[in-house]
Write a protein that binds this ligand. Structure first.
Ligand code: PXP
Length: 240
């Protein structure tokens, strides 16, 4: 099972200061050193984290693993995808006020727009994945729209506890099974972390998991001691 690492929130920290660091490209290279099978960036319409230059830089340097561009199905984003040529595109719903992608695509309401984006992108040889809720209907509509892949939203599973989480896990499993049966490549992601990932990883038909926030959060904890130690050393040297 592949692991695609989403480096958006490295850019979130950088954009908090409009600085040049931390650089999501450097984070992507370190993620690849750590075994990432893919790198994901979400170029949002409001550019709140990843910038166009990040995407271009990452495309130039990320050649050995799959680059997945997450984006809304708009003409602007389709144009960027065709120019930058990621290895795959994941279409997601996007609302300006949301903190993160809140739910899967509304395939009934936006089917036409999504189909147009799929045709334009897949027509140029890049597979498209649709980020959808764990629903059999949405899996079947995704197939009809012609997407090669789907990514099943694991957010409700990730946020639920106890019995509710078992029910959400069942929904994810059913959606994965149906997607696999009808010949879609099937991924999963959102909200996965170090405590909830194993049950999703146990679903054999899943091709890859797409994880961001929990990995970036863990990176802060794992790096803090060394970062402080190094700064202390410099201060002590300077103060001598
Ligand atoms: N998959 C999709 C389609 C997403 O929009 C996101 C969030 O950017 C993720 C996976 C990763 O979610 P998280 O940051 O919660 O791991």
């Amino acid at each position: 099972m592949l692991l695609g690492v989403n480096v958006d929130h490295v850019a979130t920290v950088r954009e908090a200061r409009r600085d040049i660091e931390p650089d999501p490209l450097k984070a992507a290279e370190l993620a690849i050193n750590g075994g990432a099978d893919g790198i994901t960036v979400h170029l949002r319409e409001d550019r709140r984290h990843i910038q166009d230059r990040d995407l271009i830089g990452i495309r130039k340097r990320v050649k050995t693993v799959e680059l997945n561009l997450e984006m809304a199905a708009t003409d602007e984003m389709v144009g960027i995808a065709l120019k930058v040529r990621p290895d795959m595109v994941t279409l997601v719903p996007e609302k300006r006020a949301e903190l993160t992608t809140e739910g899967g695509l509304d395939l009934k309401k936006s089917g036409k727009k999504i189909k147009k984006a799929i045709d334009a992108i897949q027509g140029k040889g890049m597979p498209v994945s649709l980020f959808i809720n764990p629903s059999i209907t949405d899996v079947e509509i995704s197939k009809k729209l012609g997407a090669k892949m789907v990514e099943i939203h694991t957010g409700l599973y990730s946020n639920a506890k106890g019995k509710r989480q078992i029910e959400e896990l069942k929904r994810v499993k059913k959606a994965v099974k149906r997607a696999h049966e009808i010949g879609l490549l099937v991924n999963a992601g959102h909200g996965l972390n170090y405590t909830n990932v194993k049950k999703i990883a146990a679903i054999k038909a899943i091709r890859g998991l797409y994880i961001g926030h929990s990995i970036v959060a863990r990176t802060v904890y794992d790096g803090m001691e060394n970062a402080v130690r190094e700064m202390k050393k410099l201060i002590e040297e300077g103060a001598k």
